[in-house]
Design a protein around this ligand. Structure first.
Ligand SMILES: *[C@@H]1O[C@H](CO)[C@@H](O)[C@H](O)[C@H]1NC(C)=O
Ligand SMILES: *[C@@H]1O[C@H](CO)[C@@H](O)[C@H](O)[C@H]1NC(C)=O
Ligand SMILES: *[C@@H]1O[C@H](CO)[C@@H](O)[C@H](O)[C@H]1NC(C)=O
Ligand SMILES: *[C@@H]1O[C@H](CO)[C@@H](O)[C@H](O)[C@H]1NC(C)=O
Ligand SMILES: *[C@@H]1O[C@H](CO)[C@@H](O)[C@H](O)[C@H]1NC(C)=O
Ligand SMILES: *[C@@H]1O[C@H](CO)[C@@H](O)[C@H](O)[C@H]1NC(C)=O
Length: 689
């Protein structure tokens, strides 16, 4: 009996860890397998490469699902040099592409003599794309650069290629991260500076994968493929062109490339975009959404900063100083000169710079940072020589790869240096035009214009980040250093009558937070009229709209989402001052859990109680649920709180609005049920430890 038990136990292994709840401690590593292949893995996913007869991805594996993603082989990338298309390795084989028959593969494969071929590989620690240290409430234990392992693989041109192409080395980078089923891939090129000037590069594809159905767009979408760029790239799913006679929807390929595809001298190419491959191994929206939110925290940790800011519409010094006093009183952290306030970051007027320096010093001394708005979008009118050249059509606006970028950078840096400004709100720049000019300082012609504009835009945000400047922007340059963008931004929404605005905005925030962390997006509270809507839309005078004002504060600060409170004062009476202090105090007291991701409990439908809940297994405060009754009737309900992602599994200590905690047993679905009774328009919260 005892003997049998020992045998049984020996055959059992621990359950596979859930990386979204537990720390997975298997470090990223590269090792040779018994078959002589290379395996890059982190315990959650693995990518396996054949080295001979040439380099090729021969497996992409999910240890969570115990299943392979890969259905068929492809080249590692495709480029063209001076118009000649080259695959980056990849094997020639006649084996069918419906599934990877490894017996057949072992017998039938050849190097492609027309392709770039494998030369060598090496491993490195991940490098930080920009310098960063946590501040403004971001978690102090952030690891930067992220922990993981990068594999660099070098390839040389085929022997019969033009001799100048033989002097080009293509390097493909595969990077894997500890504790996360995520891989990044990108491409760089090495060549002497003479070769770089002479050779024209076009990148056709950075990644080509043929995947099994359940991972594909047409299947369960267990694999997410994205790029790290806000513009100018595509991730395209398609039927496998090499298997045209088979039922397509079963055999999908995914390819990531540029759009428009730039053609540029090697000398103006630095690196390709990065492809992110996040292996969800699930199609549950909460799970896949949490994974995306983890990816953002891992690769763009600065998006976790979350200052509470105010948007000032009146730039008169007297008004600004008095609002700074108010902000300091209630615990706000940042003042932003709003659009239409007359603020001008591009000014070099000495008197103005000195005035701004004095105001910003005054604010800083009270713990308030100061930032301002600038219209740098692509429709901006700039001097003629910096406008995009659209051929026969009138110029649509500024080209970011012209002298405009130098002017802007110089002016912004000067303003920051002279005044101590530490935040910038950019309106734009957006994607960049296909500019036909051949005399702009940062691009050659139309073929490299968009690529160069995107690189320069990314570089602008990187520079801001490295100087510690907080950036709100409409684009999503997060992997280049940007900090915040609109959360499902819609101008008309914030011009609706107050209760409609609050309700629609709470719904929309709830929906956006499947993919967004609370801290990466901003919402809007129009204290004064914004865009439209008149008296019915604005929250001024605050005392007269006390309840609606409290709802705005509670739903945004309770969600951990910064809102642009836009107006000229944050309170107008002792009562409204106390209200702001109350919710700011609540946010600051529970900041780590409130800025943690939310679990979707009950979407607001205005028929009864709605709820979202923050969770974080790493904190002492494991969950915080915000509960709203938006109806004009009392509401009572048994509210099910799903605690799985809080990391709690047996007992939850539930405290209602700071009262003594009550121990509750967590059921076998990781839920607890709390009885909630709310008065009309009442808001409440539960803290769970
Ligand atoms: C590149 O690889 C593809 C397979 O994905 C193959 O069909 C094509 O012929 C190759 N092209 C060259 C130039 O080797
Ligand atoms: C795999 O390939 C081998 C060798 O070509 C063949 O004998 C076998 O039938 C194939 N298996 C499947 C399942 O296609
Ligand atoms: C801005 O504030 C100043 C000083 O409080 C005030 O005199 C002025 O009228 C305000 N401007 C606007 C447009 O409200
Ligand atoms: C402004 O620039 C000057 C000259 O580079 C430098 O010495 C100074 O420290 C800078 N000041 C600030 C506040 O960054
Ligand atoms: C620059 O190129 C544009 C055409 O794109 C031309 O109209 C303009 O005169 C050129 N400027 C200079 C300074 O060469
Ligand atoms: C909540 O659950 C309790 C216990 O099961 C039950 O007595 C009560 O009627 C429920 N309340 C509501 C509003 O459903």
């Amino acid at each position: 009996m005892g003997w049998l038990l020992v045998l049984l136990l020996a055959g059992m292994t621990a359950a596979f860890p859930d990386w979204l709840v537990e720390e997975v401690n298997t470090p990223s590593q590269l090792k040779y397998t018994k078959q002589g292949t290379l395996l890059l893995s982190n315990g959650l996913i693995g990518r396996e490469f054949l080295l001979s007869p040439d380099f090729s991805t021969v497996d992409f594996y999910s240890y969570e699902k115990q299943a392979s993603l890969l259905r068929a082989l492809n080249p590692e990338a495709v480029i063209s040099l001076d118009g000649i298309v080259y695959n980056i390795s990849g094997l020639l084989t006649n084996i069918p592409r419906a599934y990877l028959n490894r017996t057949a593969l072992s017998q039938d494969k050849q190097a492609n003599i027309n392709a770039f071929h494998y030369v060598s590989h090496s491993t490195h620690s991940p490098q930080a794309p920009f310098k960063y240290t946590p501040k403004r409430g971001a978690p102090k234990d952030t690891k930067w650069p992220p922990k993981g392992l990068r594999l660099d693989v070098r390839f040389k041109a085929p022997f019969h290629a033009p001799s100048i192409h033989q002097q080009v080395t293509v390097v493909i980078h595969y990077e894997i991260y500890d504790g996360c089923p995520l891989m990044a891939k990108w491409l760089t090129v090495e060549a002497s500076s003479i070769v770089q000037k002479k050779v024209m590069l076009k990148i056709e594809a950075v990644e080509l994968l043929s995947v099994n159905w359940q991972w594909a767009d047409a299947g369960y979408q267990w694999l997410l493929v994205e790029t790290d760029q806000p513009h100018g790239t595509v991730v395209q799913w398609s039927d496998d062109p090499l298997q045209p006679d088979m039922p397509g929807s079963f055999q999908r390929n995914v390819q990531s490339s540029y759009k428009p595809s730039p053609s540029l001298p090697l000398s103006s190419f630095s690196e390709s975009f990065r492809v992110h491959e996040l292996v969800h191994a699930s199609s549950d929206p909460e799970r896949t959404g949490l994974a995306q939110r983890q990816k953002l925290r891992l690769l763009a940790p600065q998006t976790q900063e979350n200052p509470i800011f105010f948007h000032m519409t009146n730039s008169s010094e007297e008004a600004v100083r008095s609002v700074i006093d108010q902000l300091a009183e209630v615990g706000f952290e940042m003042l932003i000169y709003s659009f239409g306030s007359g603020f001008n970051i591009e000014s070099d007027d000495e008197e103005y710079l000195n005035q701004m320096k004095s105001i910003i010093s005054y604010a800083n001394a009270k713990g308030i940072e100061v930032g301002g708005y600038d219209l740098i979008d692509w429709t901006r009118t700039v001097p003629k020589e910096w406008m995009a050249d659209a051929g026969s059509s009138p110029s649509p606006g500024a080209c970011f790869a012209s002298g405009w970028t130098d002017y802007l950078m110089e002016r912004v840096l000067n303003f920051i240096n002279r005044t101590g400004l530490s935040m910038m709100e950019t309106d734009g720049p957006y994607p960049g035009y296909q500019c036909q000019s051949s005399n702009h300082s940062h691009h050659k012609n139309v073929d490299d214009s968009v690529y160069r504009q995107l690189m320069l835009q990314g570089n602008f945000f990187k520079t801001m980040q490295e100087m510690g400047i907080y950036v709100n922007q409409p684009d999503t340059y997060f992997y280049q250093g940007g900090t915040k963008t609109g959360m499902g931004y819609n101008e008309n929404q914030y011009s609706l009558p107050r209760w409609q605005d609050l309700s629609v905005s709470r719904q929309q925030m709830f929906d956006s937070m499947f993919h967004y962390t609370p801290t990466v997006g901003w919402m809007f509270l129009p204290l004064v009229v914004y865009h439209g809507g008149g008296d019915a839309a604005m929250f001024e005078p605050l005392s007269q709209h006390y309840t609606e004002f409290e709802w705005g504060l509670a739903q945004y600060l309770g969600a951990g989402v910064a809102a642009c409170y836009r107006g000229y004062r944050i309170y107008d009476s002792e009562e409204t001052k106390a209200l702001v202090k109350k919710w700011v105090g609540f946010y600051k007291k529970h900041r780590p859990i409130i800025t943690s991701d939310i679990i979707h409990v009950r979407r607001a439908d205005m028929q009864g109680i709605d709820c979202f809940m923050h969770v974080n297994p790493k904190l002492q405060e494991k969950a915080l649920a915000m509960v709203f009754n938006p109806t004009n009737e009392p509401q009572q309900t048994n509210l099910t709180l799903p605690l799985y992602y809080s990391g709690l599994s047996t007992i939850a200590h539930v405290s209602h609005e700071g009262a003594a905690p009550v121990a509750m047993t967590i059921d076998r679905r990781f839920n607890i049920v709390v009885n909630v009774a709310l008065k009309p328009l009442q808001i409440t919260w539960f803290l769970i430890e």
